[in-house]
Write a protein that binds this ligand. Structure first.
Ligand code: GRF
Length: 213
């Protein structure tokens, strides 16, 4: 059977990309990463992809006159590799509405807070400065609005009095690496639908219904 192809967009370290590779390697995720695209030529994530024997592409924003042209270049590469799902994994650029429309409900992002709290940059610092006692990670479907699409998976962690941005980020990252492969797996399994703002997993609902009867 042909395993579904995923395209991953990165800008940096690539630990979430690695978590996806590891989940595939261990058989938790039945998929293949077809291509890794970075907007940063020096992203360590690219070396992880190469080590895993996966095709890479670098698409630098400055090489394009407009964001649309940049987005189209990335979409073209993903299409060439016939990806069915796009995973943003530390990709630090905003994708336009045109790109989002190219892959309807088929782009996932991981964000280091419990959305809708603390969207945007420096989510862990925002959480710490706000004084919340609980933060976490969210995997959501990407829409044209920043960090606002339907939520596929979340995990919470405590925020401790002695936390720094670094210690909180590290605690959240452990959960990111756990829930991103799980969310990708749920997405690929199908049987879900979007109801308003909600990602509703039909299988889970059916299981709940049958366990009640
Ligand atoms: C993660 O904290 C992710 O939630 C955020 O960017 C960071 C990327 O880390 N979107 P990595 O490149 O996956 O290690």
């Amino acid at each position: 059977m042909i395993r579904p192809a995923i395209g991953v967009l990165v800008s940096g370290r690539g630990s979430n990309l690695q978590a996806l590779f590891d989940a595939i390697e261990s058989g938790v995720l039945d998929a293949r990463i077809a291509v890794v695209v970075s907007d940063q030529p020096s992203a360590p994530a690219l070396a992880r992809a190469t080590a895993a024997g996966v095709a890479t592409a670098v698409v630098e924003r400055r090489a394009f006159a407009s964001r649309d042209a940049f987005d189209r270049a990335i979409a073209g590469i993903l299409r060439q590799h016939e990806v069915v799902l796009v995973c943003l994994a530390g990709f630090m650029r905003l994708l336009g509405a045109g790109f989002v429309a190219e892959f309807p409900n088929a782009i996932l992002n991981i964000h280091p807070s419990l959305l809708p709290s603390f969207p945007g940059l420096d989510a862990q610092r925002q959480a710490l400065e706000h004084g919340v006692r609980v933060s976490g990670a969210t995997v959501h479907i990407v829409t044209a609005e920043l960090d606002a699409g339907p939520i596929v998976a979340q995990a919470a962690v405590p925020v401790l009095d002695e936390d720094t941005v670094e210690t909180l980020a590290a605690r959240i990252l452990v959960e990111e690496h756990r829930i991103y492969p799980a969310a990708v797996r749920a997405w690929l399994a199908g049987g879900w639908r979007i109801e308003g703002r909600r990602f509703v997993h039909a299988t889970t609902a059916d299981e709940m219904a049958s366990s009640r009867s």
